[in-house]
Design a protein. Structure first.
Length: 701
């Protein structure tokens, strides 16, 4: 019998190595056998026969046979004889016929591989050797569920080979793919579309997984086929009815999204979107508050985003072309979507909100181009502002000490919201400034009783204004009087209302970030410097209980000091207060240091800047520099003496590391040293006991 003769030809011992649990020897033999079958002129034909006759039940063997076939089609098709090419076609159709009779479908990984092989054969043969590819498959499959599954998987595999823009193609492949699409449009697309409609209608209640697969196919193909075949009453009504079926609604949403995204004439696109919107609205889909399924709402939000962005694109084209009436109608259509946009933007689920940001951003861009805003448009801008301010707020579950994937996603989402805030500032800086001022002032008046997320976001908004509103001549406190006055008021409130004492890391960090963002404020109002310096230096900053805050503040403090170089009245007091933070922590003392080595580098740099840029006489500067560096040098000598006595490698490495840091600290503190001063005299011991103007609230003299 043929079956037995084929089985005898196949290397049964090598096939044992295909099992994932096989030992290395068998696996190696299987690999060698695979190479042999791939390279042979005709040995691969045993795999074709095995598939056509269903000889093997083992899934790994079936997969192996498809892989061998795949290699022949992909790399050796042109070298195969006409008989061999015919053998591949017959093998695939016989295998497909077997699927129609099987009670159980093959495993998904085998079906996917089979679809890939069908698709490769199609790409090689459709235009020349197998023009009836789809008709042959459709006439064989009919509406058999197992067959339809393979047909749909094959269509998706063809899309990946011929259409997918993410895959790079050679110029030759691109020409081939264009020819395939043109031929399909001429010969079979209407028949394929009809088959999709039949599948969607037949299986929507009995086989939701097949219906979803078919919706995916429609979404993939709609970008390059005649839209009228899909965007017609019977098809769209079917899709909309599936929007109400729980298992199908997400895929139906995605399919509608692809239809809306198709490139079209702007007037036609506006009509298509508007007709879709009317049907969706009358079906109750715009009542977002009543929808509890957040996964569906995320898809729906993406669909609304696509519709909104399509309308904006149409408006832009029409406005550019001078089509005043059509542009006005399209703008009206855009405005009509804003209430829905706002509902989705402010939704408590961030995924739903994030999916509508693109439309929101582009709507604001449209408003920016209009010569004058209506009262309704101003109200829309204000509503977007309030939504952004609300959505910027952390929730209770945000883990500040151990940030994971959820936290990283929120940080990314916040970046999107910041883009909206920047765009709002371009459309109406006055409205934005006023809205932030209102939120900030109300929150700072009651910061003691407010939740941390409210306080953090109020300070965050002030910080974000710095980038959203362009600074005149590099400073926010010159130029536009209204802006300058508002920012000055808010900064004055920030540094004097006591909010720096709020016990939450997010608020502490936001306070210091904002102080440094607006460091020029302290040049205009230097009387606030002592208060802010104390915040940097005490338990609110460099001695905060959170290592994360201490580390960030060490860096921010160095930036603050660099900007406000002339702080003569405070130099010696600051040096006294940070003296313990400048000590070299030897590896054996067992106490965790307040600052890491990197943070200490910033502190030494800061101390060096303070001394060098101060207005003291040269001798005093030299003495202060000596008092900064001598303890470091003494510690260095001690550690250096210990190094040769150590026998353990680990201890030696720790000491060497510490010595290396000491050199780095010394270099950091002297980077800003004035080149004209040399030869520091060693200071008296009393030179470390500096006076404390910060405690007495002394201001700049």
């Amino acid at each position: 019998m043929a079956c037995q003769s084929v089985a005898a030809v196949m290397d049964e011992q090598a096939l044992l190595g295909l099992n994932p649990n096989a030992d290395a020897r068998y696996r190696q033999r299987a690999m060698a056998y695979f190479e042999q079958l791939k390279e042979s002129q005709d040995a691969w034909e045993v795999c074709a026969e095995a598939l056509a006759k269903g000889i093997y039940n083992d899934d790994h063997v079936k997969f192996f046979c498809f892989q061998v076939l795949e290699h022949q089609i992909k790399f050796r098709h042109a070298g195969l004889s006409a008989v061999q090419q015919q053998l591949i076609r017959e093998t695939l159709m016989k295998w497909l016929q077997c699927q129609l009779m099987n009670a159980q479908p093959e495993k998904p990984f085998i079906r996917n591989k089979a679809a890939q092989v069908f698709a490769l054969t199609f790409v090689m043969e459709y235009v020349t050797l197998w023009p009836k590819f789809f008709f042959d498959i459709l006439s064989l499959v009919g509406l058999n569920p197992h067959g339809v599954d393979i047909y749909l998987r094959t269509l998706m595999a063809i899309d990946a080979e011929v259409v997918d823009r993410d895959i790079l193609h050679t110029p030759e492949e691109t020409r081939r793919n264009t020819l395939i699409k043109d031929t399909m449009r001429e010969q079979c697309i209407p028949s394929l579309v009809e088959s999709w409609f039949q599948i969607l209608q037949t299986y929507q209640h009995t086989h939701p997984e097949l219906t979803c697969q078919c919706l995916e196919v429609v979404g993939a193909y709609v970008s390059w086929i005649d839209l009228n075949l899909i965007a017609n009453d019977r098809f769209v009504n079917l899709l909309l009815s599936q929007m109400s079926v729980e298992e199908l609604r997400e895929e139906a949403c995605d399919c509608l999204f692809e239809i809306v995204n198709k490139g079209m004439d702007p007037v036609d696109k506006t009509k298509l979107v508007e007709s879709l919107c009317q049907v969706l609205q009358s079906a109750g889909f715009f009542n977002v508050e009543q929808e509890e399924d957040v996964d569906f709402l995320a898809k729906f939000s993406r669909l609304v985003n696509g519709m909104g962005q399509s309308l904006v694109l149409s408006w832009t084209k029409l406005a550019k072309a001078g089509s005043v009436k059509d542009a006005a109608e399209t703008l009206q259509a855009i405005e009509a979507k804003v209430p829905l946009l706002l509902q989705l933007l402010v939704h408590e689920d961030d995924d739903i909100s994030a999916n509508i940001v693109g439309f929101c951003y582009e709507y604001l861009h449209v408003l920016k181009q209009l010569p004058q805003l209506t009262e309704q448009q101003k109200a829309n801008i204000e509503a977007v502002m309030l939504a952004v301010m609300k959505k910027l707020t952390y929730d209770d579950e945000y883990n500040f000490e151990n940030e994971g994937e959820d936290e990283a996603m929120f940080v990314e989402y916040r970046k999107q919201l910041k883009m909206l805030l920047d765009r709002l500032a371009q459309v109406s800086p006055e409205l934005l400034l006023e809205a932030v001022r209102r939120v900030f002032t109300n929150t700072m008046q009651n910061w003691q009783s407010a939740q941390f997320m409210e306080v953090e976001v109020a300070i965050r908004l002030l910080y974000m204004l710095g980038e959203a509103l362009p600074a005149s001549h590099g400073a926010h406190f010159s130029g536009n009087m209204a802006k300058t006055s508002a920012l000055q008021d808010m900064m004055r409130t920030l540094v004097s209302c006591g909010v720096s004492s709020y016990q939450h890391t997010s608020v502490s960090l936001e306070f210091f970030e904002t102080v440094v963002r607006y460091d020029k404020f302290f040049i205009v109002e230097p009387q606030h410097i002592p208060n802010v310096l104390m915040a940097f230096l005490d338990q609110r900053g460099l001695r905060h209980s959170s290592p994360k805050v201490r580390s960030r503040v060490a860096y921010l403090f160095s930036r603050f000091i660099k900007t406000l170089k002339h702080m003569n009245a405070f130099i010696e007091d600051i040096l006294t207060r940070i003296q313990d933070l400048l000590e070299l922590a030897p590896p054996e003392n067992g106490f965790p240091a307040l600052l890491t080595n990197d943070d200490q580098l910033f502190m030494f740099e800061t101390a060096g800047i303070l001394i060098v840029n101060g207005e003291s006489p040269v001798e005093r500067k030299q003495a202060l520099m000596r008092s900064l560096l001598m303890p470091l040098m003494d510690a260095f000598r001690l550690l250096l003496a210990k190094l040769p006595q150590e026998t353990e490698e680990e201890r030696q490495a720790a000491l060497a590391d510490c010595l290396s840091h000491a050199v780095g600290f010394a270099r950091a503190s002297r980077v800003h040293h004035h080149p004209g001063s040399r030869g520091f005299p060693r200071p008296h011991r009393s030179e470390n006991l500096l006076h404390h103007p910060l405690q007495t609230g002394r201001t700049v003299g």
